[in-house]
Every structure is written in structure tokens, then in C-alpha cells.
Design a protein around this ligand. Structure first.
Ligand SMILES: NC(=O)c1ccc[n+]([C@@H]2O[C@H](COP(=O)([O-])OP(=O)(O)OC[C@H]3O[C@@H](n4cnc5c(N)ncnc54)[C@H](O)[C@@H]3O)[C@@H](O)[C@H]2O)c1
Length: 341
């Protein structure tokens, strides 16, 4: 465990109606923290799912929420001022690699302007730690695997990846100028119950259960480092306490900046799974065969991702390890329950 741990009490989380924010809020509430959520309830996917997630969180008296857009600087400031957080975890974003080809502007607005507003609120409040979501997509065209934080990440292939890389650079500058301790997570394909309808597991399970074809890109020659949601949020929880500071807070192989209290950390399972094995796991769990529609590689997509999660382990003593089949089983169980199938 790195030095610099803080007695954290009040956590402001953006994106609490979203997949990861919901699970993180639930974990922190279960551990006795006060959580304020902030989410614009965008219609990128089914808003009813987002409302259900917020409704579940609101069952806890320690949870409050603001439904507003990140681009609304006044709304961000009012929410942060009212709550006076010790820590901010910024997860709200326009996510999704493929949609960024269709609507790049949404990414500039939410991820660049919106993230800037959150950073401004964080430095005004002098929070103890700002943590923000980046993505494995910043490794872009890199081919050396597994991806580790020391590699250059200068070849983003989509505007989505470019905005997240820009967030890392923006975060570094504020960490330097304002001495604001900042951690950026690079998440690797997160999956599990309450997951996102635009992601493969959700789409595959839906298609397999409904008996409709599922699109499999690059003719199935795809590998992903699938990270189970419960593992991911435990990784985030550990990193909240691993506050970056001066050189004394560094661990072996750290990405800690020499110029700022800033680091990037992969959160991944460190296991590369073939997409077709993933499909087979869903088939096994549902007891149904997929109708496979093999497609070419999509523009902006990468054939493989694979995380080196050594740094996460050194900083927190933890690294994700739910086997893919167990995670898929949990998801399919939730999917059937949620849709009453
Ligand atoms: N799920 C993954 O596999 C994955 C992988 C890499 C990175 N990430 C990053 O993790 C974070 C969380 O992702 P997620 O999977 O929970 O996505 P999600 O879409 O389920 O959650 C994001 C939430 O942010 C909200 N939001 C979007 N734009 C907003 C805006 N302009 N103002 C206010 N709220 C807004 C949405 O309503 C949504 O509830 C994102 O930053 C995403 O880029 C996710």
C-alpha cells in the first residue's frame, strides 16, 4: 500500500446512473461512506435502466444525487459546493468506441468541456484526491502486450480515445499547477450485472436469448481483457487511498509523474480472452446457440487488449481475478431477472 492514505468520508461521484458509477456508489455506501452522485441521464442508451440504478442507490439515506449535465458549469459547482467532498471520482462521460465515429461532437462536449468543469470544481474545493476514468483505448495502435502504463500511448484511433488521452494530459496539468493529487484509471472492457446495453455481452445475450443474429467483428479474431465489475470497483476503492504525492509515494515500476502528484493505473483482469470463447460461455449459460453474423473489423477498433495490472497490485495489494465464465454467469442471471425472462 502506498503512503498518503486519507481518512475519506465524503465521495462525489459523477456518472452514478451509469454502469460503473452505480456499482462504485453501491460499494462505498455499503462501507459507510456518504456519496453524492451527479449524472445527466443522457439517452445514449435506455434511460429507464439509469433511473433504476439511481432508484436503487436512493434506498440509502447516505446517497443524494443531482441530475444535470457536466457541461453546465453552474450545476457542477452547485452540486460540489453543497456536498463539500473529500474525494471526487469522475466517471461520467460519453463512452463507447463505435458511437464516436457517428457523433464525435458528443465526446468533445462531455469529455473535454465536462471533465474540465469537474477539474475546476475539484481544485476550488482542494479535494484530497481526484480520480478520473480513462480507457485501455488510449493504447490505440500499440501492439506490445500486455499494455503497461510505461508504454507510450500516442496513437489513439478514435475521438473517444483521443478525448480520454486529452483528459490524462489535462489532469496532469492541474495536478502540476494546483498540486491536486490525481489518479487516472485505464479500464479494460468492463462487464457484469447492470451493464451497458451498447456493449458486447449485453448485445450477445439479448440476441442469443431472442434467437436473432449477433454481429461478431473481425470474423471472431478478437481478444479482450474482460474485467468483472465487482473486481473493478474494488480496484477503484483501493486506489482512492493510494494518493499520489511526491517521490516518497512511488512504488516499484510506478507511473507517478516526476512533475506532479499524478499517475495512470490500468485496472484489468490481466487475462486475454478470445471473443468466441466469450460467446461460447454465454451459449453455455443460456443453453442456446448463437446465430453468428461474422463481420469485418470495424474502423477504429483494435483486435486485442490485455492489461498488465502489476502497478494496481503494488499500489493496493489487489488485482482483479474473476474467471470470465463466472462473470458471464452472473450477468446472464441478472439479465434474465431484469427482463423477467
Ligand atoms: N465500461 C467499460 O468497459 C469502460 C471501459 C473503459 C473506460 N470506461 C469509462 O468509464 C466511465 C464509466 O463508464 P460506464 O461503462 O459506466 O458508462 P455509462 O455510459 O454506463 O455511464 C456514464 C454515465 O455518464 C452520464 N453522462 C454521459 N454524458 C454526460 C454528461 N455530458 N453530463 C452528465 N452526465 C453524463 C450518463 O448518463 C451515464 O449514466 C466512462 O468515463 C467510460 O468512458 C468504461
Amino acid at each position: 500500500m502506498a503512503e498518503g492514505s486519507i481518512a475519506m468520508k465524503r465521495v462525489f461521484i459523477t456518472g452514478t446512473a451509469g454502469f460503473i458509477g452505480f456499482h462504485l456508489a453501491r460499494l462505498l455506501l455499503s462501507q459507510g461512506y456518504a456519496v453524492a452522485g451527479f449524472d445527466g441521464m443522457t439517452d445514449y442508451y435506455d434511460v429507464a435502466l439509469k433511473q433504476r440504478r439511481h432508484a436503487m442507490l436512493l434506498q440509502s439515506e447516505a446517497f443524494t444525487r443531482t441530475e444535470a449535465m457536466l457541461e453546465d458549469e453552474g450545476a457542477v459547482n452547485r452540486a460540489v459546493d453543497a456536498f463539500a467532498p473529500d474525494v471526487i471520482v469522475h466517471l461520467a462521460a460519453q463512452a463507447g468506441v463505435r458511437y464516436s465515429l457517428e457523433n464525435p461532437r458528443a465526446y468533445i462536449e462531455a469529455n473535454i468541456v465536462g471533465t474540465f468543469n469537474v477539474m475546476e470544481a475539484a481544485r476550488r474545493h482542494e479535494v484530497d484526491h481526484l480520480l478520473m476514468a480513462s480507457t485501455s483505448s488510449v493504447y490505440g495502435a500499440n501492439t506490445e502486450m500486455p499494455f503497461d502504463e510505461a508504454q507510450k500511448a500516442d496513437t489513439p484511433l478514435t475521438i473517444y480515445a483521443a478525448t480520454k488521452k486529452a483528459n490524462e494530459a489535462m489532469g496532469h496539468s492541474y495536478a502540476h499547477i494546483h498540486g491536486l493529487p490525481t489518479t487516472m484509471f485505464r479500464f479494460f472492457t468492463v462487464y457484469g450485472p447492470w451493464g451497458r446495453p451498447d456493449m458486447a455481452l449485453f448485445k450477445f445475450t439479448k440476441g442469443i436469448l431472442e434467437g436473432t443474429p449477433i454481429d461478431i467483428y473481425n470474423n471472431g479474431e478478437m481478444w479482450r481483457d474482460f474485467t468483472y465489475i465487482d473486481d473493478l470497483v474494488l480496484g477503484i476503492r483501493g486506489l482512492i487511498d493510494a494518493v499520489p504525492g511526491g517521490p516518497e509515494t512511488a512504488v516499484e515500476g510506478d507511473s507517478l509523474s516526476p512533475a506532479a502528484p499524478f499517475r495512470v493505473v490500468n485496472i484489468g483482469n490481466s487475462d486475454k480472452v478470445r471473443l468466441l470463447d466469450f460467446v461460447e460461455a454465454i451459449e453455455a449459460e443460456t443453453g442456446k446457440k448463437a446465430i453468428r453474423n461474422y463481420m469485418p473489423m470495424q474502423t477504429g477498433d483494435v483486435p486485442a487488449t490485455w492489461a498488465d495490472a502489476t502497478l494496481l497490485q503494488r499500489l493496493t495489494g489487489y488485482h482483479p481475478q474473476t474467471p470470465m465464465r463466472d462473470g458471464v454467469a452472473q450477468f446472464v442471471r441478472w439479465y434474465r431477472d431484469y427482463h423477467e425472462i
